[in-house]
Design a protein around this ligand. Sequence first.
Ligand code: SF4
Length: 62
Amino acid sequence: MAISKVWIEDGCTSCGLCEDICPEVFKVEDIATVKEGVNFNDFEEGIKDAADSCPVEVIKYE
Ligand code: SF4
């Protein structure tokens, strides 16, 4: 499945885990954000890992 969109819903607790798992895609400052200009398909596994690992399950992709 190709990933065309990645986003963070409300509720991020800024734990930093997504950036630890996939720093190419996620950046955590005040809250987590998705970096611009990234080809998500190069990091599909990391994105899925981060979404599965997020303690509040706010990382979404499609
Ligand atoms: S893993 Fe989830 S809660 Fe933690 S910084 Fe990333 S989006 Fe926020």
